[in-house]
Each structure stands twice: as structure tokens, then as C-alpha cells.
Design a protein around this ligand. Structure first.
Ligand SMILES: Cc1cc2nc3c(=O)[nH]c(=O)nc-3n(C[C@H](O)[C@H](O)[C@H](O)COP(=O)(O)OP(=O)(O)OC[C@H]3O[C@@H](n4cnc5c(N)ncnc54)[C@H](O)[C@@H]3O)c2cc1C
Length: 390
């Protein structure tokens, strides 16, 4: 049976819904809005890292920040201060405890509803949406949908996974540089994928060590475990450690098209709107910026901004994704060239899509020429002369 319509409904109570809601809660009329927040399970306690050169709207949730980033490969080790940026960590526990506790208590106009949403419909005669879970339905004037996207693999688009398994370690002796995040350590066997280790040190004796891979398919657990054990034996051979926890996940890396709107005209958010950067898997700060922009557009009753990467940055992502998919053995070489020849703050600025054309030309001038040229030929010239990419 239909219930009283909500002014707005958020489907999914994760990173993007909660960040947009946090923005909207600053509006004068927010407390007059009746808001439904649908979620089907207890949140998965993933944690988020991101870099930023400005205080974040959720800065009070940041548990640790780092000033240095390092890049490591065979015979190469670069550590740099990343000013004006800092690299921040927000734990899933801190994020969800805040939103499920303090935020909901302070915003009684938000009704949290546990329901597995199976469909959204648009009723043209009433200009309202209905949100269904199979047995119940709820009406809302506006819907924000962040259900995980179903990405269809097509011959025209690259669909890789960034998949990883991470170990939260406690060591007996000081083992980590607590001021420096190891963003990529390529000193491990590549096995014809793009593989690196990511180390997030919380203290000298606590860190998350993550085996990260860019490839089409995820691995069986035993593969990550073997890479991890070999790495620890080589890099931390004199360190005794205990495993406090593990995490395992996969994030799509794709240049498939995304839209701001779903099939019924509802507004898409987060990964569903293409907010995951195709070549890095980072999304948290892109979602933050999108939430700010969306809130602004909605307040001004303006056309909503497009969600995902556009223009020349989409072109760059396409080139790199094409190389990673077709010639993964070149991945390590490209990242080595990038990190050994460019400053890390410039790389972060580029990944944020904030660089100027001149800075981008400088970056590309440092990278191996042929793989990029081959992709330009394949992606831009062959289709023009009638060859399909498939
Ligand atoms: C393990 C992991 C770690 C990551 N770490 C980082 C990082 O460090 N930095 C970074 O920038 N990005 C990171 N990302 C990428 C990105 O930031 C996250 O995927 C982010 O959570 C995406 O936000 P979202 O709102 O689109 O999806 P989510 O945060 O996943 O929210 C979707 C919500 O929908 C709910 N839901 C799903 N199906 C239904 C249904 N049928 N009915 C009702 N509710 C439903 C889910 O329970 C969830 O609450 C990570 C991703 C993963 C998977």
C-alpha cells in the first residue's frame, strides 16, 4: 500500500547519498523536507582515502592525514611532500557511526528505512516516483539513486577491475614510516597484470598493506595471499606481525558511458553516475565535489551538472585504460616514468583533472610514446577510416 509521499528519497545509504544529504542539510528549508533514506543492509565498513588541498566538508571525520607519498619500484624509490595537498583517511566506522547516530538524531525529518529496493517507477500523472521493494512501495517527489551500477561490457568500452585484498597489520617492532603513504610499490611480479602494493601506515607499528591489481578478472583468495606473504618476506623480513583484519573488494575501471539520470528520470549519484575515476578507482573526493555542485544546482533550480569525466580528461583516461587492458605489461613502465619524472603534487592535480593543457603536455612528454600513439591510432584514426575496435 502506498504511504504518504516523501519530498525526496535516497536509495542507498552509502558514500554519495550521505555526502549529498550532508550538503543539503545546510539549507534553510531542510528541516521542512520529509526525506526517506533506503538501505538494505548494515553498511560495509570500507574506509576512504583521498587527497585534498582544501579542508573537506567532512574534515571532522578525518582520522589521520599524511604529508608525504612514496612510489617504489625495482631500484626506484621516490618520496615527496605533497603540499599543497594532504592525503586523508576516513574510516568506514567513523563515517557510518556519525551518519547513523548524530546526523539522524539531529535531523528527525530523515526517516531511515531498511528495504531492499528492487525498482523505481515514475508516475507521469502525479509527477512523483514510487520506490518498490517487492512487497511495499513508497512515493517521493524526487529520487536520488546510488544503487551499484550494472556495467555492461561492450566491444567499444574497456571494463577492467581494480581489485584488492588488504591486511590490517600490527607489528612487534617499529616497521612503518607513519608520515608516508606508499601509493604504489611495483617491486612485485606483474604476471601480465598491473600489480602493486599500497601501504597506509597508521603508526610505526600499524598499517594496511594492500595487494592491488588492475585486470579484467579478480583473483582467488590464495593468489592475493601468496603475493602478500612473498612481499612481507622480502620487504619486512625481520618483522613479526599479527593480522587484525582484512578487506577485499573490487572497483570497476571503465570508460562505459554514465548518465546523470536513471531510466525513470531519477538523479543518479556516486558510482552509478560514473564518479569512480576510470584510471584510479578513487571516487570519494569526486563524490564530495559532485555533492557540492549538485546541491548548488538544485538550490538554483539549474540544469544538473554532468557527473563523470568529460572532455580531454576522458580522452586521457581512454588512452591509459586502453593500454592497461591491451598491454598490461606496460603499466609498470608507465607509472615508473610518471613518478620518476613528474612531481607527485602535479600528478595528484592531473588525477583531479585540474591541470592546464600545458601541464598535461609536459606529463605526456615524459611517458613512453609508442603505447599512447598506438592507442590514439586505434581509438581515433581507425574508426574514422571505417575500422571498428572490436
Ligand atoms: C572496499 C572499497 C574501498 C574503497 N576505497 C576508496 C578510497 O579509499 N578512496 C576513494 O576515493 N574511493 C574508494 N572506493 C571507491 C568509492 O569511493 C566507493 O565505492 C564509494 O562507496 C561509492 O559510493 P556510492 O554511494 O556510489 O556507493 P556505496 O557507498 O556503495 O553506497 C551504495 C549503497 O546502496 C546500498 N544498496 C545496494 N543495493 C541496494 C538495494 N537493492 N536496496 C537498498 N540499498 C541498496 C548499499 O548498502 C550502500 O549503502 C572504495 C570502494 C570499495 C568497494
Amino acid at each position: 500500500m502506498a504511504t504518504k509521499p516523501f519530498d525526496m528519497a535516497f536509495i542507498g545509504a552509502g558514500c554519495s547519498s550521505l555526502q549529498l544529504m550532508h550538503q543539503m542539510a545546510s539549507a534553510d528549508n531542510w528541516h521542512e523536507q520529509q526525506v526517506a533514506l533506503f538501505s538494505h543492509e548494515q553498511p560495509q565498513h570500507r574506509s576512504w582515502c583521498f587527497w585534498s588541498d582544501k579542508p573537506h566538508p567532512l574534515q571532522f571525520l578525518v582520522e589521520k592525514s599524511w604529508q608525504n607519498i612514496s612510489f617504489v619500484s625495482n631500484g626506484l624509490s621516490v618520496t615527496q611532500n605533497i603540499a599543497p595537498y594532504q592525503y586523508h583517511y576516513i574510516s568506514g566506522a567513523g563515517f557510518f557511526n556519525y551518519f547513523q547516530g548524530q546526523f539522524l538524531e539531529n535531523h528527525p525529518n530523515v526517516t531511515a528505512i531498511q528495504a531492499h529496493i528492487s525498482a523505481v517507477q515514475n508516475n507521469e500523472s502525479t509527477a512523483a516516483f514510487t520506490v518498490h521493494n517487492g512487497t511495499q512501495q513508497w512515493a517521493a517527489k524526487q529520487v536520488f539513486n546510488s544503487l551499484p551500477p550494472k556495467i555492461k561490457k561492450t566491444p567499444d568500452h574497456v571494463c577492467l577491475q581494480q581489485h584488492f585484498k588488504g591486511w590490517f597489520l600490527q607489528t612487534d617492532t617499529d616497521a612503518f614510516d607513519e608520515d608516508t603513504v606508499t601509493m604504489m610499490d611495483f617491486s612485485i611480479e606483474q604476471h601480465n597484470d598491473v600489480r602493486f602494493v599500497y601501504i597506509l601506515p597508521f603508526s610505526k607499528r600499524e598499517a594496511l598493506v594492500e595487494i592491488t591489481v588492475f585486470s579484467e578478472h579478480t583473483y582467488a583468495d590464495a593468489v592475493y595471499d601468496e603475493v602478500f606473504e612473498n612481499y612481507m618476506d622480502t620487504r619486512f623480513s625481520h618483522v613479526n606481525y599479527t593480522i587484525q583484519n582484512t578487506e577485499k573488494a573490487s572497483i570497476p575501471m571503465t570508460n562505459a558511458p554514465f548518465s546523470r539520470f536513471g531510466n525513470t528520470g531519477e538523479v543518479l549519484l556516486g558510482a552509478a553516475a560514473g564518479m569512480v575515476k576510470a584510471t584510479t578507482g578513487y571516487a570519494f573526493n569526486r563524490i564530495s565535489k559532485d555533492s557540492l555542485g549538485l546541491h548548488h544546482d538544485l538550490k538554483q533550480q539549474r540544469k544538473l551538472r554532468l557527473a563523470n569525466t568529460q572532455g580531454r580528461f576522458r580522452f586521457y583516461d581512454n588512452l591509459l585504460l586502453g593500454i592497461l587492458a591491451e598491454s598490461p605489461q606496460r603499466g609498470k613502465e608507465i607509472f615508473e616514468a610518471l613518478f620518476s619524472k613528474m612531481s607527485i603534487p602535479t600528478i595528484l592535480k592531473f588525477l583531479d583533472e585540474d591541470t592546464t593543457l600545458a601541464e598535461e603536455m609536459l606529463i605526456f612528454s615524459k611517458l613512453p610514446f609508442w603505447p599512447f600513439l598506438a592507442q590514439v591510432f586505434k581509438q581515433c584514426i581507425l574508426p574514422k577510416i571505417g575500422f571498428s575496435r572490436s
